[in-house]
Design a protein around this ligand. Structure first.
Ligand code: 3PG
Length: 212
């Protein structure tokens, strides 16, 4: 990741994980997040609408730092590069996907949950890693203990999976964390029901917790 992108993610502090079912939701959703101060997203490739939704956001709401999630195949790496992804993440640590991302110049944060995952990611050249699933694997206690041998490498982590307004401070106060991520800010039913006000409210709540 370029220093500029690292800074953008660090400044954002929160990455909204999105599952978008309808392309028409993309722009109002991005605007609702932006209104609440959230300008970084992880658009998951879990719905057929995801890539077209990304294109709409890229065109209409260019202030958004556009990340993709659930990137599981080489073809998906190419597809997200084609629509102008700023970065991508995956739930697991797959050297083949990381290599393709590096080949395509796509900043990539693979998912890690064990020391072996970290070593694979580092070997492949990654320095920003997605800590997933964060809450059920032990939260900061697990991350601190697991990452201790690698601290000298200056790794930074994005916890995802079970993050919420209540546990956000436990992550955000750590030097290991660049930003947290989560779907609670814009839950799928809120998007489906076009409840943009609640999404803006959730965005404001988490942004108000981020003091850096
Ligand atoms: C992801 O999709 O990256 C994470 O599963 C988000 O987890 P959450 O739904 O618990 O926030």
């Amino acid at each position: 990741m370029s220093p500029e992108l690292i800074q953008k993610i660090d400044d954002a502090g929160i990455i909204a994980v999105l599952i978008v079912d309808e392309v028409k939701h993309a722009v109002p959703l991005a605007n609702a997040l932006l209104k609440g101060g959230v300008d970084a997203i992880e658009l998951t490739l879990r719905t057929p609408a995801a890539l077209d939704a990304a294109k709409a956001i890229k065109k209409e709401v260019p202030e958004i730092t556009l990340g993709f999630g659930t990137v599981l195949t080489v073809d998906q790496v190419k597809a997200v590069v084609d629509v102008g992804a700023d970065f991508a993440v995956s739930p697991g640590c797959n050297p083949k996907i990381i290599a393709e991302a590096i080949k395509q110049g796509l900043p990539f944060a693979p998912g890690i949950m064990t020391p072996s995952d970290i070593e694979i990611a580092v070997q492949e050249g990654c320095r920003i890693l997605k800590f997933f699933p964060a809450a059920t694997s032990g939260g900061m206690k697990h991350l601190e203990s697991m990452s201790a041998p690698y601290n000298y490498l200056g790794l930074k982590f994005i916890p995802l999976g079970g993050c919420n307004l209540e546990n956000a401070p436990s992550y955000l106060e750590s030097e290991l964390i660049t930003a947290i991520g989560g779907s609670w800010v814009a839950k799928r039913p809120l998007i489906q029901s076009e409840n943009w006000e609640s999404i803006t409210k959730n965005a404001l709540e988490i942004r108000n917790l981020i003091t850096k």
